[in-house]
Structures are given as structure tokens and as C-alpha cells.
Write a protein that binds this ligand. Structure first.
Ligand SMILES: [Zn+2]
Length: 91
């Protein structure tokens, strides 16, 4: 199962790290959110290939995280179409 960590690098620019079974991330990507258009982009290869950008998994994960108030130090994952999160670092 993929687990994600997200942090905000600067206003509306985010970094998302994807972890599988090892301690090192499988991938680290950058997301840009354009508030005026409510549009989010990702710099991973999958995003460029994806036709429906609004269905991109990294963007959907980041939108979920934003909807939760951008909490720091949480692990995020998807389980059967539902987004979950767990705080493992006390802020
Ligand atoms: Zn992506």
C-alpha cells in the first residue's frame, strides 16, 4: 500500500513523497495549485500521461490534505476510494 507525506514548500506549492515498503521514498513530486482556476498540477510522469487531470492520484491526495487544513506530520493513504490520514508526529 502506498503511503504519502505532503508538505507545503511555499504558498500553493507542495511536495508529495510516496512511500512503499522501504524507508526511502519511491518518488518525490511537486504540486502546484492555482487557486483562481482551482487547478492542481503535478510534475510526475503519470500526470503528463493522464487525460483527466482532475483524477490524478497525487492531486486528489493533496486536495484531501488541503481539505483537512494542511496538517503537518501526517501519513496519508487511500483505501477503497476513501482517503485516510494518521498523525504520527506530534506538532
Ligand atoms: Zn503525480
Amino acid at each position: 500500500m502506498s503511503t504519502y507525506l505532503i508538505k507545503e514548500l511555499e504558498n500553493n506549492r507542495f511536495q508529495i513523497a510516496n512511500f512503499e515498503d522501504s524507508a526511502a521514498p519511491e518518488g518525490v513530486y511537486e504540486l502546484l495549485y492555482t487557486k483562481t482556476r482551482d487547478y492542481m498540477s503535478c510534475n510526475c510522469r503519470g500526470f503528463r500521461m493522464q487525460k483527466d487531470k482532475s483524477e490524478h492520484k497525487h492531486c486528489k491526495m493533496a486536495r484531501f490534505w488541503m481539505s483537512q487544513g494542511k496538517p503537518e506530520g501526517v501519513a496519508l493513504w487511500e483505501d477503497g476510494g476513501e482517503y485516510k490520514m494518521n498523525r504520527f508526529v506530534e506538532a
